[in-house]
Design a protein around this ligand. Structure first.
Ligand code: NAP
Ligand code: ZN
Ligand code: ZN
Length: 354
């Protein structure tokens, strides 16, 4: 069993159970190992996954929990064998900080599907007991192979959400060949959805947004959507039956998936990325009647995440963010739950000093 030395004092905000608000929390991180970089965190996005996990909606939460997996900061120290980063580099950390590195999926650059994936927070370190802690904090120490280079032409606070939301949409859009001539439906215009619209538009596809109110129509057009439909209007489901090649479902809540599946054309594909609290019922007939595909997708590997950052750099794709101080975290959670985020909250970690 590996023993980790703990010496680096860190400040952050943590959840201590599933029902209390997050509150200030001090803890230690491991001393720098040979391949580690120390990152002074400047910004961290708030993903809906943080809320699901803080509230233990998936039944696998460890406390205390410092959430946050859309981390951008500056390298402040490097271990003796680090070759890819230097002090002063602007870097990012996404949803995981290690994997086994030997299995088939790791070797293919699909580390996110490794059965030994170590998530950035709420994971258990190699010592078998230490809980990993995320980016709602002022410093993090990560093996260089799990750190990303952030593009210099994107504002760091607007690029932070790319590290989870961006790659979660980029990966299935690439896998299912989104591009010219393809009709894409993005279901849910939150943190994930809004970046999906921008990426699909940059790929040259026709993009439609399906949102549960009419409130986000204007914004979606500015992001590059060609069409906007409200799922609260029953005519939407009649009008669009059999229309889409690819639909990406980012909804964080339980909805009737069959209604949306009906909107796929022959051989069309729905990719589920949203992870609601409860399971869904799927009608076999809905799939069979047009040979529709139903699949899922989990974030993306390190190489693909770097490719996504480079793509966003080339196309100047930044996230629409509301920058907040960490003291507003519990308020921000409530607004996300009410679909009232435009379109990603990002924490300015300099507020930890206040
Ligand atoms: P978010 O910002 O809260 O966006 C979710 C959107 O879903 C909302 O903006 C809303 O869009 C829609 N929605 C919410 N409640 C709804 C309801 N009752 N009925 C219909 N639509 C509803 O969340 P996010 O950060 O984008 O994350 C979305 C989901 O993806 C979460 O479950 C998260 O855990 C999961 N996730 C998965 C991965 C992965 O790798 N697969 C990665 C990151 C996150 P409209 O207002 O436009 O309807
Ligand atoms: Zn996330
Ligand atoms: Zn592996």
């Amino acid at each position: 069993m590996i023993t980790l030395g703990f010496m680096i004092e860190v400040k952050g905000y943590a959840a201590h159970n599933a029902s209390s608000p997050l509150s200030p929390f001090s803890f230690e991180r491991r001393n720098l190992l040979d391949y580690d970089v120390m990152i002074d965190i400047n910004y961290c996005g708030i993903c809906h996954t943080d809320i699901h996990q803080v509230k233990n909606e998936w039944g696998r939460s460890n406390y205390p929990m410092v959430p946050g997996h859309e981390i951008v900061g500056v390298v402040s120290k490097v271990g003796s064998k680090v070759t890819q980063f230097k002090v002063g580099n602007q870097v990012g950390v996404g949803c995981f900080v290690d994997s086994c590195r030997n299995c088939d999926t790791c070797k293919k650059g699909l580390e996110q599907y490794c059965s030994s994936l170590l998530t950035t927070y709420n994971g258990i370190e190699k010592d078998g007991k230490t809980i990993t802690q995320g980016g709602y904090s002022n410093k993090i120490i990560v093996d260089e192979n799990y750190v990303l280079h952030m593009p210099e032409n994107l504002k760091p606070e607007n690029a932070a959400p790319l590290l989870c939301a961006g790659i979660t949409l980029y990966s299935p859009l690439m896998k299912w060949n989104a591009g010219p001539g393809k009709k894409i439906g993005i279901i849910g215009l939150g943190g994930l959805g809004h970046i999906g619209v921008k990426i699909a538009h940059a790929l040259g596809a026709e993009v439609s947004v399906l949102s549960h109110s009419h409130k986000k129509q204007k914004d979606s057009m500015k992001m590059g959507a060609d069409y906007f439909y409200s799922s609260s209007d029953p005519k939407t489901f009649e009008k669009l039956e059999g229309y889409f090649d690819i639909m990406i479902n980012t909804i964080s809540a339980n909805v009737d998936l069959n209604e949306y599946l009906n909107l796929l054309k022959l051989d069309g594909t729905m990719v589920i990325v949203g992870i609601p609290e409860k399971d869904s019922h799927i009608s076999p007939y809905t799939l069979i009647s047009a040979r529709r595909n139903l699949t899922g997708s989990l974030i993306g590997g390190i190489l693909e995440t770097q490719q996504m950052l480079d793509f966003c750099s080339k196309h100047k794709i930044e996230c629409d963010v509301e920058l907040i101080s960490i003291q507003k975290i519990n308020e921000a959670y409530e607004r996300i739950i009410n679909s009232d985020v435009r379109y990603r909250f990002v924490i300015d970690l300099s507020s930890l000093k206040c």
